[in-house]
Ligand binder design. Structure first.
Ligand code: BMP
Length: 224
């Protein structure tokens, strides 16, 4: 099973470019992550085309950070189109993540919460509240947690505190972390965007990352 999630962050390409890329990469990836750049450009119905090209996990990276009913309204708009949504945990449990967790579950959408981010500014506001953010995540019991490949110690700290959820790590490639480094620290999946999507040969790059993952994990980490 591949541990690679490819991030589709468009810069003006036509949708068919991404649909083609999804098909090309499908055998090499665990899933595709799309965010606001993708959804605002192509609309949520475009997700059906991505799914048609590659029936792997589809994650909507909405980075939700709002009151419960508004976050639930966003998730509901993507119901049946995606497998999971990403929300910020720093908004707190009461009135926000508590209801989001319950509502997402009722809609059959997995919830992934951000514990810490990959850019350096995460250390300004989010990381000083790390323990409190983790407390929200502990109460919510989401399916997955986002933690940065750029700071593997954060991933290790989450594992040390006993979290058994899937950890998804962005920051590999374009942001400097080496393929395999987040898995080594305890992550389950590495999220890779530009390093693959802007490379001359995305398929070869994805294969090379999977090879690196196999080296880190042993034979269980292969493509599929
Ligand atoms: P890239 O590999 O091109 O740097 O893209 C990283 C992807 O992961 C982007 O889609 C971004 O929104 C996402 N991401 C991130 O870079 N850092 C975080 O802390 C959380 C993210 O979701």
């Amino acid at each position: 099973m591949s541990r690679l999630i490819v991030a589709f962050d468009p810069e003006g390409e036509p949708l068919r470019y991404w649909v083609g890329l999804a098909g090309e990469l499908c055998r090499e990836i665990w899933g595709v992550k799309v965010g606001l750049p993708f959804l605002l450009r192509y609309g949520s119905s475009s997700l059906r085309e991505i799914r048609g090209a590659c029936d792997k996990s589809l994650i909507a990276d909405l980075k939700l950070a709002d009151i419960e009913p508004v976050m639930l309204s966003s998730v509901s708009a993507l119901r049946g189109l995606v497998d999971a949504v990403i929300a910020h945990a720093f908004v707190g449990y009461a009135g926000a993540i508590e209801g989001l967790r319950r509502g997402a579950e009722e809609m059959g959408v997995k919830l992934i919460l951000v514990a810490s981010m990959s850019h350096s500014g995460s250390e300004e506001v989010i990381d000083p509240a790390f323990e409190r953010v983790l407390e929200v995540i502990r109460r919510a019991e989401p399916w997955g947690i986002v933690a940065p490949a750029t700071r593997p110690a954060v991933i290790a700290a989450i594992r040390q505190r006993g979290f058994t959820q899937k950890i998804l790590s962005p920051g590999v490639g374009a942001q400097g972390a080496l393929p395999g480094s987040a898995l080594r620290a305890g992550a389950d999946y590495e999220i890779v965007g530009r390093y693959i999507t802007r490379s001359k040969d995305p398929l070869a790059t994805a294969r090379a990352i999977n090879l690196q993952h196999q080296l880190v994990l042993g034979s269980s980490g292969g493509a599929g």
